[in-house]
Design a protein around this ligand. Structure first.
Ligand code: PEP
Ligand code: MN
Length: 359
């Protein structure tokens, strides 16, 4: 049984971004104890974007966390980024370790941490890498598994991107954790709405969204006076606010015991299967046409790509999408993929069938 599975409701990890002072850590823990959280978090070595910011209290903070553990009987998690951090964490009886997003992105660093954990079977949480790369995330999990770690949870904390207009600090890209779950249904996935949103007002809605998607846990940064926090001040919530967020969550099930609704859903799924089969069939027919067009273009020495024709396709398909109440952006994104594949096929024909055209 995984440490990260909770019987009733989500597995909740809460606590400050950083362990700032002994008083702050103890005050937060005292307030969180009554919320029956599953795990207390606090950063003791902080990866900061720029030098000169508060970089954590290191070993002395580990002493404070030991006190939290003894006094409030809470399991403790910290971030580790170097083998030396692992040694110190283990020496101080830390219960759970996590790899931060800036660590998961680097396979050398992940491998070093995995080596330092060989022979120590402790629960480990692995945040997604800062880049939206599901293979890199899964790869980090595999490195830990090969070192003998058997109890792993993945944390979805969003992905860096240069979107000046985005309302979020890190883009959720929900398709990535969903793909990880498809590949690894055994893994518990914990959503970190604090680092996704970067703003405390948006934490409740993203927490609910994670529950709607079927994620099993939440990591929410909690501080007794968030505005005074030494790191990530705008996104931390008070323990009281956390209690409110948790009490408002609607928890959903993957299945229903109600026979009427489950057979209705089964019926709709069968209809959807047959529509999907038609879609794939149509794609194959479209590709066949594309191949024949490639033959004509080769015969007549014409270019594969024709900007006027592409413009016409874009306008026509977007207009049709709007008429059918489909977001034109969505249909356009699909057509970009279809068109790209079609061009690839025609280039192959023009350049000789045996050559695979690289993207
Ligand atoms: C954190 O949890 O405080 C942290 C540094 O997170 P991330 O690795 O997701 O940026
Ligand atoms: Mn933080």
């Amino acid at each position: 049984m995984s440490f990260f599975r909770s019987e009733n409701g989500p597995f909740v990890v809460a606590g400050p971004c950083s362990a700032e002072t002994k008083e702050q850590v103890l005050e937060t823990a005292a307030a969180l104890k009554s919320l029956s959280i599953s795990l207390f978090r606090a950063g003791v070595w902080k990866p900061r974007t720029r030098p000169g910011s508060f970089e954590g209290n290191g070993v002395q903070a580990l002493e404070w966390l030991r006190e939290v553990r003894d006094l409030y009987k809470l399991a403790i998690a910290i971030e580790v980024a170097e083998p030396a951090h692992v040694d110190l964490a283990l020496k101080h009886g830390i219960d759970v370790l996590w790899l931060g997003a800036r660590t998961t992105v680097n396979p050398f660093q992940v491998q070093q941490l995995a080596e330092s954990l060989r022979g120590v079977n402790i629960p480990v949480m692995i945040k997604n890498p800062v880049t939206p790369d599901v293979d890199l995330w899964e790869g980090a999990i595999e490195r830990m598994e090969r070192a003998g770690i058997t109890d792993i949870a993945a944390i979805h904390r969003g992905f860096s991107s240069y979107h000046a207009s985005s309302q979020y600090r890190n883009q959720p890209n929900w398709v990535i954790p969903i793909e990880l779950k498809r590949r690894r249904p055994d893994l518990v996935i914990i959503c970190d709405p604090s680092h996704i949103t970067g703003k405390r007002d948006l934490v409740p809605e993203v927490s609910q969204k994670a529950m709607d998607m079927g994620f099993e846990g939440l990591m929410i940064e909690t501080h007794p006076s968030p505005d005074d926090a030494w790191s990530d001040a705008p996104q931390q919530v008070t323990p009281g606010a956390l209690g409110h967020i948790l009490s408002q969550l609607v928890i959903r099930e993957q299945y229903t015991a109600d026979m009427t609704w489950s057979s209705e859903l089964e019926y709709l799924r069968q209809l959807m299967d047959s529509v999907d089969a038609e879609i794939v069939d149509l794609l194959a027919r479209r590709m066949e046409l594309s191949e024949r067009m490639g033959g004509v273009k080769k015969e007549c020495n014409m270019t594969v790509y024709n900007p006027d024709r592409w413009r016409e396709i874009v306008e026509n398909r977007s207009a049709q999408a709007s008429r059918l109440n489909l977001p034109p952006d969505f249909v356009l994104a699909l057509y970009e993929k279809i068109h790209h594949e079609s061009i690839k096929k025609q280039l192959q024909i023009l350049e000789g069938n045996d050559k695979e055209v690289k993207d």
